[in-house]
Write a protein that binds this ligand. Sequence first.
Ligand code: NAD
Ligand code: ZN
Length: 358
Amino acid sequence: MKIPVETPSHQYEVVIGNRNLTEAVATIDDKINKADKLIVLTDEHVWAAHKQTFTDVFPYDFTVHVMPAGEACKTFENYYAVQTFLLEQKATRKTMIFAFGGGAVGDLTGYVAATFMRGVPFVQIPTTILAHDSAVGGKTAINHPLGKNMIGAFYQPEAVLYDIRFLETLPKREVRSGMAETVKHALISNKQWLEQLLQHTVYDFKQQELEQQLENGIRVKADIVKRDEEEHSVRKFLNFGHTYGHAIEAASGFGKVAHGEAVMIGIVYALLLGENHSKLTHEFTKEVFAFALRSAYPFEAVHEFSFDELLTYMMKDKKVEYGELQFVLLNEVGEPFVQKISAEEARQTDARLRALLQ
Ligand code: NAD
Ligand code: ZN
C-alpha cells in the first residue's frame, strides 16, 4: 500500500506492508541510484533485534552507525558524534541517510539530514508503531537539557518505508505508546474507526489489522500536513492529548512514562476538559478511559505530581501563545478545535481526572 504525502515543500510516499522492505526500497531506486553512499543510522536495540533481517533484505551496500537507544540518541552529544561519523565516512551532499528505528532515531536522523552540508536526502524506515506518526510530516528535532524537541527543523524525507515485520519485537509498553497516537488519529478524524478501536485493547491488532490501523493513522496525518505543513492552523489538531500529556512526560523525566502512554493520559484529560465546551458527554470520556485502563496505560503516574508541577510544564509547551494555555478539544469525534483555557479551569479538570482515578 502506498500513501502519498504532498506538502508544499516536498512530495513523497509512505509505503506500508508486511515483509515488504525489499520492494519498498525499489520504489525509490532512482533516488538511491543517484546517491554516492548509503548510511544507515539505527539504535542498539533495533540493531540487536533486526541486524540480520535488515542486512538480508536491504538490497544495496550500506554503512551502518549504531547509536544509543531512546532519547539518548537525541542529545547534542550524539548529534555531534553522528556528524563526525558522516565526515569521517566522507559523506557528501549526494549521500543518502536512512533512519532505521523508532521516533527517536527518526527525529535525530531527520535533523542530521536537514543540517549536514545544509541538507542531504533521508529516508525513514520506522520500527515502532509510534513512528507511523513521527516518521510522516517532516518534524525533526533533538533535545536541549532545558526542553525536549527544542532544536529542530521541518525537513521532509524522500520516502517512508514501513515494514511491519519489524514491529514483532516491540515490547508491550511500546505497543501501548504507539497505539495512543492511533487512538488520537481516530478521535480527531473518524467516529466509526474510533468505535471499532474502542472495542479492543491496544494489543489485539496483529498483521493485517495492525497494518490497517497504521494506514488509517498515516492517512489522517498525511491529509493534515498536506493542508498545513508548518503548523499554522490544522496541524495543531495533532496535538490533541499532548498538552497535559507532555507535562506528565516531562515531569517524569522523559523515559519513565513513554510518549504515547503520557498522550493517552492527556487524551482522557482533554476529553474531561472538552465536556464543558462541546457536545461530547462524560459517558463518552468514561468509555475511552475504560479502554485505556483495559490496555494498561499507567494513569497512576498522575499521582506522582501536583497540578502546580504539571502546570509549570504546560506553560513551557512550545504551543503556549502570549502566556495562555491552549488545548485541542473535540466538539464531536472528528471535529477538533483549539481553545484557550484558564489555569483555573485546567486545575479543576486535573482534580476531576484524579477523582476518576480513585
Ligand atoms: P524510540 O525511538 O525511543 O523507541 C522506543 C524504544 O523501543 C527504544 O528503546 C527503541 O530502541 C526500541 N525499539 C524501537 N523499535 C523496536 C523494535 N522493532 N523492537 C524492539 N525495540 C524497539 O521511541 P518512539 O516511541 O518510536 O518515538 C518517540 C520519539 O518520537 C520521541 O523522541 C518523540 O519526541 C518523537 N516524536 C516525534 C514526532 C514527530 O512528528 N517528529 C511525533 C511524535 C513523537
Ligand atoms: Zn505524539
